[in-house]
Design a protein around this ligand. Structure first.
Ligand code: NDP
Length: 326
């Protein structure tokens, strides 16, 4: 038997809680992992609270991130004792995930734990941090360098946002953080933000074009915020869009794209091909300040997961949440 968060949906309703599960119930997979840490991302919050249609099969063990040690493997790349991590691939959505003491997974989804990180640090980064890195790499690929001007990060006090601020400032960019929590301005400056702006100035309908300010952007918020960021992006600037914390809509005009040559780059971490994942984890090992990572991190246990997911959905959690599952 092992402990896990289980989400059920039936005539009694949608509910999540801590349960004991028989290992015989684990799903198919060629690698069995003794999980040490998992995390809570926005998507896990949606799944656990039922606020978004993330879970496709019931009962489901949520947890889109896994760190642990291989117990048994039929996959040629992994053997007993190997330290591994996993982000995405539908785990915690269609396949039982990491908020459990044991996970049975496909070896093709796994990445060896980067030497630079402990399992806890890798989960402190988690999908949120790896996605922030994908955004930074996309900005670089499209020509945004520190000398081009300011880079704006929205939803800055959240998981993706905090890691993006820390990464960009370490790489020499002038980072402007946008947050709805004025009390987190000191925290965001500590991560390297040069300026902190109130998200109220971004979240209402704006003009198709605004004064050119941003050389680049990492947007986790979507909706009017993303539209306003695009409208204020400089000639040939680059906006990376990875989230929908304000909304899934994009009430924008084409003006920034056709008059200023602005690029809007979509970022997906879930099905991202393996070579790009390995590149992102390699870059995190090089470019992420571990002292800042520590400052971003909150640790909880499995018993705290459901309550913390509610707080995450209410925008009350700062930075990243790692879950010690044991
Ligand atoms: P968090 O909950 O940690 O952070 C989200 C932040 O968004 C909050 O901290 C808050 O920042 C801001 N926010 C919340 N609600 C609103 C609102 N109504 N209007 C404006 N801003 C708001 O989540 P994550 O960092 O884990 O994820 C952020 C987003 O990125 C999510 O939408 C998630 O689904 C998406 N995502 C996408 C991935 C991909 O592969 N494309 C991978 C990972 C995440 P503040 O308090 O500073 O204003």
């Amino acid at each position: 038997m092992f402990k896990a968060i289980v989400i059920e949906k039936d005539e009694a309703g949608y509910r999540a809680g801590l349960r004991e599960i028989d290992e015989a119930q684990l799903p198919d997979g060629d690698v069995t992992v003794d999980v040490s840490y998992s995390t809570l991302n926005y998507k896990d919050g949606l799944a656990i609270t039922g606020k978004g249609p993330v879970v496709r099969k019931f009962p489901m063990v949520p947890g889109i991130d896994v760190a642990g040690t291989v117990r048994e493997s039929r996959h040629p790349d992994y053997k007993t004792g190997d330290q591994v991590i996993l982000n995405g691939w539908g785990v915690g959505e269609t396949h039982w995930g990491g908020l459990a003491q044991v996970a049975r997974l496909k070896g093709d989804w796994l990445v060896p734990l980067p030497e630079a990180f402990t399992p806890r640090q890798a989960m402190s980064i988690g999908t949120a941090g790896y996605t922030a890195m994908l955004c930074v790499i996309a900005l670089e690929r499209h020509g945004v360098s520190p000398d081009k001007g300011e880079v704006v990060v929205t939803g800055a006090a959240g998981g993706v946002g905090s890691t993006a601020v820390a990464l960009l400032s370490r790489l020499g960019y002038t980072v402007v953080a946008v947050s709805g929590r004025s009390e987190e301005a000191g925290y965001l400056r500590g991560l390297g933000a040069a300026e902190v702006l109130d998200r109220a100035a971004f979240s209402q309908p704006g003009k198709p074009l605004a004064r050119e300010r941003w050389a680049g952007a990492v947007d986790v918020v979507g909706s009017h915020t993303l539209a306003n960021v695009c409208a204020a992006t400089k000639y040939r600037g680059v906006v990376t869009a990875c989230g929908l914390a304000q909304g899934m809509d994009l009430p924008a005009s084409v003006a920034p794209f056709i008059l200023r040559g602005v690029s809007l780059i979509g970022i997906d971490s879930v099905m991202c091909p393996r070579p790009e994942r390995l590149e992102a984890w390699g870059r995190l090992a090089r470019d992420l300040d571990l002292v800042k990572l520590d400052a971003i991190t909150n640790e909880i246990g499995l018993t705290d997961v459901v309550a913390t997911a509610e707080r995450l959905m209410a925008g009350q959690v700062r930075g990243r949440v790692v879950v010690d599952v044991n």
